[in-house]
Write a protein that binds this ligand. Structure first.
Ligand code: FE2
Length: 201
């Protein structure tokens, strides 16, 4: 008899809202708000979660965060979105691999995703996993070195903040733009154990 345990899992959650009306006001706000611009991308301030126009969406994203934290059986008394910002990108934009510091979980919600607007890719976090690059059968969960998810309008992806991720360049035409809303979440928790005290409100 054999027992197999896939240890130290890296969860990536995908939810689909579709073209929900809950996206409309935040999208319109992002398209006209002040931003820090590069040639291919405009980034808003990171306080969108505190704006009244985002309150309905923030509550919804907190519900999804609760589902995720319940799923990983995290002990806490609540969930707190610590910051939220949006990127408005042209097809030439690509984001290099990065992680989100000072955060436990992160999410990206596509407010507008033209077809072929550049997949988001998550890098295998296991140190040394690329040292030997063998081929695996199509149905092997071990064959991936990067997991890609296609952006679709209304798609929400949530992942551990330490997981390196990046975005490919897109292949869509102006005036279309990819609008993504990113956010970081922390659990509300008061850990009292000796040498690992932490009070997160
Ligand atoms: Fe990111």
């Amino acid at each position: 008899m054999m027992h197999k345990e896939l240890s130290f899992p890296t969860p990536i959650y995908v939810f689909d809202y579709g073209n929900s009306s809950i996206l409309e006001s935040p999208l319109n706000h992002v398209l006209k708000c002040d931003s820090i611009s590069s040639e291919t991308c405009r980034t808003t301030e990171d306080n969108l979660n505190f704006l009244p126009i985002f309150s309905e969406l923030v509550n919804e994203l907190k519900l999804k965060t609760k589902i995720v934290f319940d799923d990983i059986k995290l002990k806490r008394s609540g969930e707190n979105i610590t910051c939220m910002w949006a990127n408005v990108s042209s097809k030439l934009n690509r984001h290099n691999m990065h992680m989100h510091p000072n955060s436990f979980f992160s999410g990206v919600l596509y407010l507008n995703a033209p077809k072929n607007c550049g997949n988001i890719g998550f890098k295998d976090p296991r140190y040394g996993s690329e040292l030997l690059a063998f081929d695996f059968e199509e149905d092997s969960v071990f064959r991936h070195r990067t997991i890609e998810v296609e952006p679709v309008t209304g798609r929400l992806i949530m992942f551990p903040s330490w997981l390196y991720h990046g975005t490919r360049q897109g292949e869509f035409d102006p005036p279309e733009e990819r609008v993504s809303l990113s956010f970081n979440v922390m659990p509300i928790a008061n850990i009292k154990d000796h040498t690992r005290k932490l009070n997160l409100l």
